[in-house]
Each structure stands twice: as structure tokens, then as C-alpha cells.
Write a protein that binds this ligand. Structure first.
Ligand SMILES: CC(C)(COP(=O)(O)OP(=O)(O)OC[C@H]1O[C@@H](n2cnc3c(N)ncnc32)[C@H](O)[C@@H]1OP(=O)(O)O)[C@@H](O)C(=O)NCCC(=O)NCCS
Length: 131
């Protein structure tokens, strides 16, 4: 696999894919991938909004390549837009195969925009503080 570019943004989450995360084809299940991206994006969103957030939308999700068991799963991201109560985080997932693949470059497998809304303790949307 050719390393076409570099990941955009900070490394938000890094883990190893496990057999329990597979779909019936034996590849990593897309729902698991989305949940990891949601966790990664929410970390950034909480830091940027100084409090709780909930996911309101996922935009432009694209699964580019399958992910194999044992791959090192890395989610990178950056804040793309901050509104009054919402924040948009652009996320990319890159993997690095390590099983029987010493020296293989990392490559991108997925990308999407996750939109979060800042909420208060009563689950009502709140204004995102200006920094
Ligand atoms: C998040 C929630 C509190 C927002 O309530 P609301 O008062 O109806 O929100 P609004 O429609 O006014 O939208 C709030 C913000 O989200 C944005 N937004 C709403 N729908 C959107 C969509 N489909 N895509 C992108 N942004 C959207 C709005 O533009 C607004 O942003 P801004 O304040 O920066 O301009 C409510 O929808 C909710 O609780 N949803 C469930 C969240 C959840 O359980 N997520 C899954 C588990 S984390």
C-alpha cells in the first residue's frame, strides 16, 4: 500500500484491532470503527468546548480500505469549525499493519466529519466559550 500523504491533525486515539471487532468477512466492523472515531472526536470536542458534548451528526463518512485484525489503529483529527453551540471535527483513521509486515507504511482507511453539540448538565445545548 502506498503512503500517499500524511495524516492531518493530532493523534487523538491509538489502539490495536482485535478479533472481537470483526464483521462476518473477517475484516474490522465499520460500526466499531465509527465508535472509535466518535470517542476520539469527542475528546477533542470536550477539550475545545470546556465541557460535555453529544454527537449530533456524522458527515461524509468514507471507508477507503478494509482494516485487518492486529492492525495498529490511529485516529487523527482537528477542529474544523466552531459555531455557537456546535463544533465540527475532521477525523482520519490510518492503520499500520504490524503482523508479518515489518516496514510497511501506514495508510489511510477512513475519514469523516463528526459534529458535536456542547451541552450542560441538564442536557441542554450551551454556548461554546470564546477563547
Ligand atoms: C444535541 C441536542 C441537545 C441539540 O438540540 P437542539 O436544540 O435541537 O439543537 P439545534 O437544532 O438548535 O442545533 C444545535 C447546533 O447543532 C447544529 N446542527 C443541528 N443539526 C445538525 C446536523 N444535522 N448537522 C450538523 N450540524 C447540525 C446546529 O446548526 C446548531 O449549531 P450552532 O449552534 O453552532 O449554530 C439534541 O439534538 C440532542 O440531545 N440530540 C441527541 C444527541 C445524542 O444523544 N447523540 C448520540 C449519543 S452521543
Amino acid at each position: 500500500m502506498e503512503d500517499k500523504k500524511q495524516p492531518q491533525g493530532d493523534l487523538l486515539l491509538r489502539t490495536q484491532t482485535m478479533p472481537a471487532d470483526t464483521n462476518p468477512n473477517g475484516d474490522i466492523f465499520g460500526g466499531w470503527v465509527m465508535s472509535q472515531m466518535d470517542i476520539a472526536g469527542s475528546i477533542l470536542a470536550k477539550e475545545a468546548t470546556c465541557g460535555r458534548v453529544v454527537t449530533i451528526a456524522v458527515e461524509g463518512m468514507k471507508f477507503i480500505e478494509p482494516i485487518q485484525v492486529g492492525d495498529i489503529f490511529c485516529c487523527y483529527g482537528y477542529v474544523e469549525k466552531i459555531g455557537n453551540t456546535s463544533i465540527t471535527v475532521k477525523l482520519e483513521v490510518w492503520v499500520k499493519p504490524i503482523l508479518n509486515a515489518c516496514g510497511v507504511a501506514r495508510y489511510q482507511v477512513t475519514e469523516a466529519r463528526f459534529v458535536y453539540v456542547a451541552i450542560d448538565e441538564n442536557h441542554k445545548k450551551r454556548q461554546i466559550p470564546k477563547k
